[in-house]
Design a binder for this molecule. Structure first.
Ligand SMILES: [Zn+2]
Length: 233
């Protein structure tokens, strides 16, 4: 078997290996991609904090209202106890009662607002949690699909590596080194087929002598234009 054919066959396997390795790298990247999950988790955390704060605000408002009611009861206790008989004092207590009730009304309105705010925060939290669940479910499906693709590509990689071990047999160290160097410099393609007396990689026209030499089983001929190894087929 001639030298250029062996390298051509090796090139064929290596090109497939390049594709498989690129695909595996993309799969790994997709498997590690967790931005949507991170964002959904963060949204839930923030919604929880907001709901907790709203809960505390509501509780404080409740306590203020309750304290105000107790204040009113205490004042009314004095007012209706029968112990206070001085009309001026009774009038003051009456005015105090009215003022306390006005303030209670304000506090009750504020409490209602806080309760509405709490309900909104709780609704928002519920939506954020539902969104998280759906993101997790979707991620689960994606991960399973990607896992399946990864298994397929890994099997293909193993198969190609075995094929490469066979293809590399009988190639001299010198030819292999040349091949690797060109592959490294020429976008992974070291061997080009000759088609209609042109190099199929760069399209450069070959001289009749070069095209003839490319057929030789003993010689390795390179394209004058792109310097790739030529395989005449
Ligand atoms: Zn060329």
């Amino acid at each position: 078997v001639n030298r250029s054919f062996k390298l051509f066959r090796l090139q064929h396997v290596d090109s497939q290996l390049d594709v498989v390795r690129t695909q595996l790298a993309e799969i790994e990247k997709a498997l590690a991609e967790d931005q949507p999950l991170k964002e959904a988790l963060e949204a839930v955390d923030q919604a929880k904090l907001a709901a907790q704060r709203a809960q505390q605000d509501t509780r404080s408002a409740e306590e203020e209202t309750k304290a105000q009611q107790q204040h009113i009861e205490a004042n009314q206790g004095s007012l209706y106890s029968g112990k206070v008989t001085n009309p001026k004092e009774l009038q003051d207590l009456q005015k105090e009662d009215e003022a306390l009730k006005r303030r209670l009304n304000e506090l009750e309105n504020a409490q209602l607002e806080k309760m509405v705010g709490l309900e909104e925060r709780q609704d928002y939290l519920k939506k954020a949690e539902e969104n998280l669940e759906s993101v997790q479910a979707q991620r689960g499906v994606e991960q399973r699909t990607l896992g399946g693709e990864k298994n397929e590509q890994t099997a293909e990689l193993t198969r190609l590596q075995e094929e490469r071990a066979i293809a590399i047999n009988g190639i001299s160290a010198e030819d292999l080194e040349l091949y690797q160097n060109i592959r490294g410099n020429k976008g992974g393609l070291a061997v080009a087929k000759v088609q209609n007396k042109t190099c199929s990689a760069c399209g450069g026209e070959l001289s009749a002598a070069l095209a003839q030499a490319a057929r030789s089983p003993e010689e390795l001929v390179r394209c004058e234009n792109c310097k790739r190894i030529l395989y005449a087929g």
